[in-house]
Design a protein around this ligand. Structure first.
Ligand code: HEM
Ligand code: HEM
Length: 228
């Protein structure tokens, strides 16, 4: 057995930045007064993270690619049946059930961030897409922004419970590889993190988000009210 690189640095950075961003989103919406402008900015950053991860899931390194971990119902069910076996072999990347979970989490965060674009704090700030929608759509988006976060909390709770379950019950340590990227295995790992490609992907993702929130909305900044 040898320690080899499984999770590239961009995927690991994505993960921990997502964790920090979601905590910051909660804090700026629920705990701090007058922090909604920060809530918007961090929301845009979260959109960037998701856009990056979707692109990285297509052209990133082996275990980061959706094609390597998104499996059909048969594989997911087959794996689920072995979930409580203590000696089931460790997956190199995400296991089929975990892969499904990853997609659910990414989708929920995307829905949360996109619905935020239609939100208002009812006082000073409107999300950039607020002018684009009619009252009915705005009401739906507001409901989604509240409900999706509750759903996200359950899913994140399950995610962390699963990681603890793997660590304690199955004796498979998943957290250290999400930090240093390495797993002990007889298989070959990836050879490098493809940082130059990741930088190019990050630039394109940032450009997409910039266009989506600054260029595309017809009257940028409209609906923003200031103190006089
Ligand atoms: C806001 C909270 C969190 C969210 C939204 C989240 C989301 C995610 C996502 C999307 C992935 C897939 C990574 C990828 O392929 O890009 C993932 C994997 C992972 N997360 Fe989290 N995570 C959260 C908190 C945590 C915490 C607190 C831990 C540590 C206890 C953790 C440990 C892991 C591990 C070990 C994996 C890899 C699982 C595997 O080996 O298949 N996560 N998480
Ligand atoms: C993934 C990213 C996001 C997360 C996790 C998130 C989370 C939250 C949460 C937990 C609340 C409080 C809901 C409640 O009181 O029940 C909230 C409210 C809000 N969010 Fe977000 N949000 C995100 C993105 C955004 C974005 C991108 C915008 C706008 C551009 C936005 C604008 C708002 C506004 C205006 C409120 C209402 C604040 C108030 O009640 O005054 N959010 N968000």
């Amino acid at each position: 057995m040898e320690k080899v690189l499984i999770w590239d640095l961009p995927t690991r950075a994505f993960h921990w930045l997502l964790v920090v961003s979601l905590i910051a989103q909660y804090v700026t919406a629920e705990w701090l007064d007058n922090a909604i402008q920060w809530h918007f900015y961090i929301g845009y950053f979260t959109l960037f993270l998701i856009t990056f991860r979707v692109m990285w899931g297509i052209i990133g390194t082996e275990h980061a690619r959706f094609a390597s971990f998104v499996k059909g119902p048969r594989a997911v069910w087959g794996y689920a049946k072995t979930l409580f076996d203590k000696d089931s072999p460790e997956s190199l990347g995400h296991n089929p059930l975990g892969g499904l979970f990853v997609i659910v989490m990414l989708l929920l965060v995307a829905v949360q961030a996109i619905s935020g674009l239609y939100m208002t704090d009812d006082v000073f700030l409107d999300g950039p897409y607020r002018q684009l929608a009619d009252e009915e759509t705005l009401a739906i988006m507001s409901t989604i922004h509240h409900v999706a976060f509750d759903a996200l909390l359950y899913v994140i709770g399950l995610h962390i419970a699963a990681v603890v379950f793997y660590t304690i019950y199955k004796k498979q340590k998943l957290v250290p590889p999400m930090i240093d990227g390495a797993k002990e295995t007889r298989d070959l790992g990836i050879f490098h993190s493809r940082m130059r490609l990741a930088l190019a992907v990050a630039i394109v993702a940032a450009a997409i988000v910039y266009v989506a929130i600054e260029v595309y909305p017809p009257t940028p900044g409209a609906g923003e009210y200031y103190y006089y």
